[in-house]
Design a protein around this ligand. Sequence first.
Ligand SMILES: [Zn+2]
Length: 251
Amino acid sequence: MNTWDDLEMELIKWSDQGVSATFWWRDDDAIDQTPALHRLYGYSRKYGVPLTLAVIPRDARLQLCTGSGVPGNLRLVQHGYAHVNHAPKSDKKSEFGLHRDLGMIINDVSSGLAILKKFPHFFPSFVPPWNRVDPDLYDDMLNSGIHGISTFGSRGNREPIPGLVQANTHVDIIDWHGTRGFAGVGLVCKQIIDHLVARRTKKCDFREPTGILTHHLVHDDECWRFLDVLFGKLGGHSAVRWLDGTEVFTA
Ligand SMILES: [Zn+2]
């Protein structure tokens, strides 16, 4: 377990080396304007932290990203197609594994892309539901117009295939296998620090920004309180640079 002080100590090491610790923020499962999404937008505006919102195309409503309150640095990316599991019960949940006819799978990618292209702030990157996608689909995804991919855990290569940039998340604030609520300050700080240390010591790709993953629709009070403190501490931190959803997949 780690503390806020441990995180500050790690960031001082980045400062001492004269490099910025890059971060990005991805929130999943948006389909509509809700009080929780409004709150999320408020955090992005208040702390100046760019928000990348993974939107489920099939059910998405245009109003989720139009009107007042939408942060200026918002980017939308594609979150699967329908967020439906196609894996057999014995496997982990997945919408974009090789469980179906290839044509059907790629049609879902293209259909989702066509829907979201009509939304302002959209950038053509793909976040597979449950962070699972079969890499054999990457060529077809790229040919469909997808230029970025994002799952969970340190990436292997910046471009798993030429032209497709991978930028993952590394910090999940929710304890999915236990309480399904906030995972706790100690554990979440540990995830942040572990990735920063691995980058700084070149045990993983130094250039991959540390990705904070949230799910606004299931946040309990503690999740919100944590984000308030996190963004309060790191929003304007001199050692930290927040990337928006375009920079993440092009920088
Ligand atoms: Zn999801």
